[in-house]
Design a protein around this ligand. Structure first.
Ligand code: NAG
Ligand code: NAG
Ligand code: NAG
Ligand code: NAG
Ligand code: NAG
Ligand code: NAG
Ligand code: NAG
Ligand code: NAG
Length: 652
């Protein structure tokens, strides 16, 4: 009896989208995901040039107003079945499947316009092995499935009967999820968040099929089940750290439960922007097809391409439904070429199923970051894509460091501590005296260096991007090779820290430098990203924060300077003390810095010792005017801490 009640509850949840049972009308689909209240003061990212406040942004305020205005939709409309209900009856789930299937079957008929409107979303293993396999039964909440969809540029055209105007009991169209937060990827070599670079929120449109479809492919839709697009909607899509932490880990998880690698990955990029090279490279492990953008997937076919790429004139589209050539059909083509994102011989425009997932600041993430990083790097290694490290440490023969296909020997050893310092260009967060630090490393190495098993020290510097901030495909892969040839990666808080995930695990460390006040007064911002994430991932990369709290070692960033001297317009720069703190340059005194590096070297290999020191609140560093102090993260008031705890300060 109980089982029957539960099964009924599950059925009600499952069928809540049917007109008779529908209660909510305009709830955004993600409102039912239990997403917590949006927090306007939270910075995003934390790794990257793109991280920023939400607080000054009109788009966000609108978004909030909208969320408040639309009430608690809380419906099950587009979220798939009530998973918890079904799981709670897990021992009767096959029973349940049959019941649901029968329900569907009994509803088939002419009313549904000839299409089965509610395709049974279980596995597709009965399909041609060339076609995607998917099990969409238990998609996680931020994902949902749409049926009978054509894609035309930025618009999803639904042929689903439940949304048709011809259906007197039609439902409102589902709300397409927004790319709510994103910073415009300008070619300026600086974080556009500090430059008010926030883009207006963006989403794809959705409309029902009409009497005036623009192309032959849309007028005569052929719905394929051999291409399964997964349209990804993500906050901060151009922020590699966010993308890696939220999208890639979620994708990794889905790939082990819901899809095989024949899925087509399409990222929603605002305003027709292209993918960044890191998108394609990071997603490579999850689809055998080239990732694309949602808009590219909706491209109309051969028209422009044929004219520009091989000079062939595109034949004007004739209708294939017997009505002949219409002057209105100027776009689209009779002949569609194959596309790299599908196995099919010609570009598909219409799909039996399209899955959409929205991963944002609140919802996202899946598999552990370190595991995903291992998978991504192994794929590069297996394909022979990793170049040799660009960094030549003394005493290493370059031949030993050349990666051969499928082989990735560890060149580092355990006697010379290899330190790689990120050299940043652009107007903010540079280390102004890199050469001095490199020279000091050499000197210390000559005088005598000792840290754990290490008795030599070697430092090198590298930039992770071009001057304009661009990271092309080769640079991205070279960066990975570079960090894998080092024991310690030193970065200023920012995008460079994301590379720490690609280091060799269990024998590498990340040192994150935080300029004056950023690691103390504003500590909650940087402290909640890298340190938390690495700790959550079993410290396979050891995280060390070094907070520079000596004013003589911090310099105002160029953006703040230009703002204060009226070179920059007030309207084009975010006036925010936390940005100013983050964006300072550093002029590091070599003494305390290298003492800290020695401390890192001592704790590098022994994770237990590392954790003991962390538990003893002596892991992270604070560079004071008097010297170097060890302490925990998140000391927001150094004066108070020093009064209470009276920690030693190593004088310099
Ligand atoms: C899903 O089902 C469970 C168990 O029946 C129930 O407790 C829960 O409230 C349901 N969730 C929603 C969103 O309806
Ligand atoms: C699941 O199976 C167990 C034993 O096999 C049974 O006691 C239990 O009532 C079942 N639960 C449901 C929801 O059917
Ligand atoms: C589909 O996924 C669900 C939940 O993960 C699982 O219970 C079911 O067995 C899967 N079906 C197939 C055919 O793998
Ligand atoms: C997929 O489409 C092909 C061709 O239309 C059809 O023969 C096949 O039954 C479909 N398979 C499924 C599982 O829908
Ligand atoms: C890291 O070391 C731990 C033991 O300290 C071990 O369990 C784990 O498998 C190692 N991970 C990798 C990736 O080497
Ligand atoms: C203002 O600051 C910018 C950035 O540091 C600098 O390039 C410029 O020369 C300064 N202008 C004046 C008048 O000081
Ligand atoms: C830090 O603590 C000291 C006393 O320990 C207090 O005088 C000072 O105002 C505090 N600073 C801030 C910024 O709260
Ligand atoms: C101001 C602030 O930091 N607010 C919140 C940011 O997000 C975390 C977790 O999502 C909350 O715990 C903070 O309160």
């Amino acid at each position: 009896m109980l089982a029957r009640v539960l099964a009924l509850a599950a059925l009600l949840g499952w069928f809540a989208h049917l007109p008779l049972l529908t209660t909510a009308r305009d709830g955004s689909w993600w409102q039912s995901t239990g997403a917590t209240e949006r927090d306007n003061n939270n910075k995003s990212g934390g790794y990257s040039d793109d991280d920023g406040t939400v607080s000054h942004d009109d788009a966000i305020d609108n978004a909030d107003a909208k969320q408040r205005g639309s009430g608690d939709g809380g419906s099950m409309l587009y979220g798939g079945p009530n998973t918890s209900a079904i799981l709670s009856t897990s021992n009767s789930s096959s029973d349940l499947s049959i019941k649901i299937k029968n329900y569907y079957n009994s509803k088939k008929g002419p009313l549904f316009g000839g299409y089965d409107p509610y395709i049974w979303d279980d596995d597709w293993s009965n399909l041609n092995p060339k076609c995607p396999w998917a099990n969409l039964t238990f998609l996680p909440r931020p994902c949902f499935t749409l049926h009978w969809i054509c894609v035309d540029q930025e618009t999803l055209v639904t042929h689903d009967w439940r949304y048709s105007y011809a259906n007197p009991r039609r439902e409102p169209l589902p709300d397409m999820p927004w790319v709510e937060n994103w910073n415009f990827p300008a070619a300026v070599g600086a974080n556009t968040d500090a430059l008010r670079g926030r883009g207006p929120r963006y989403r794809l449109h959705m409309r029902p099929a009409s009497a005036h479809e623009p192309t032959a492919a849309l007028r005569n839709p052929v719905f394929t089940n051999c291409t399964l697009p997964l349209i990804i909607v993500a906050d901060f899509p151009y922020n590699m750290g966010e993308f890696f932490a939220k999208v890639l880990t979620a994708l990794d998880q889905l790939s082990s439960t819901a899809f095989d690698d024949k899925v087509t990955l399409a990222l929603t990029t605002p305003m027709g922007l292209d993918l960044a090279p890191f998108h394609s490279l990071l997603m490579m492990s999850y689809s055998r097809y080239a990732p694309t953008t949602a808009v590219e997937m909706g491209s109309r076919g051969c028209g422009d391409k044929q004219l520009t790429y091989n000079g062939r004139i595109c034949e004007p589209t004739a209708d294939e439904d017997g009505r002949g050539y219409r002057s209105s059909s100027r776009s689209g083509c009779r002949v569609n070429e194959a596309v790299p994102w599908s196995v099919e011989a010609t570009q598909p425009h219409c799909f039996q199923r399209v899955v959409m997932c929205k991963w944002d600041l609140q919802i996202g993430g899946g598999s552990p970051l370190a595991a995903v990083a291992r998978r991504v790097v192994s794929a590069f290694i297996a394909k022979g894509m990793l170049p040799a490290s660009p960094i030549q440490y003394p005493g290493s023969s370059s031949s030993r460091e050349t990666n051969e296909d499928g082989v990735d020997p560890d060149p580092r050893g355990s006697s010379m501590l290899r330190v790689l310092i990120e050299s940043r260009q652009g107007p903010v967060r540079n280390i102004k005296n890199l050469e001095e630090l490199l020279a000091a490393c050499k000197e210390v190495d000559q005088i005598g260096f000792s840290a754990g098993s290490f008795d030599r020290l070697s430092c090198a510097a590298t930039s992770f991007s071009e001057r304009d901030g661009f990271v092309d495909r080769d640079r991205f892969l070279t960066n990975i090779a570079a960090v894998r040839s080092a024991h310690v990666l030193v970065v200023l808080h920012g995008a460079g820290a994301t590379n720490s995930w690609f280091m060799r695990q269990n024998s590498s460390a990340l040192v994150e430098l935080r300029p004056c006040q950023f690691g103390t007064r504003f500590a909650p911002w940087p402290d909640k990203y890298m340190p938390k994430q690495h700790e959550k991932n079993d410290d396979v990369i050891r995280f060390f924060g070094l907070n520079i709290e000596d004013q003589t070692q911090c310099l105002q960033g160029d953006i703040e300077t230009a703002l204060r001297n009226h070179t920059y317009h007030r309207d084009s720069v975010g006036w925010d003390a936390s940005y100013f703190a983050r964006d300072q340059h550093l002029v590091l005194k070599p003494g305390p810095f290298l003492e800290f590096i020695r401390h890192v070297g001592e704790l590098l290999f022994d994770v237990q010792q590392y954790r003991d020191v962390r538990d003893a609140d002596r892991l992270h560093g604070y560079v004071l005017p008097e010297g170097l102090m060890y302490g925990p993260l998140s000391i927001t008031n150094l004066t108070a801490y020093r009064t209470e705890s009276n920690p030693d300060v190593i004088p310099f």
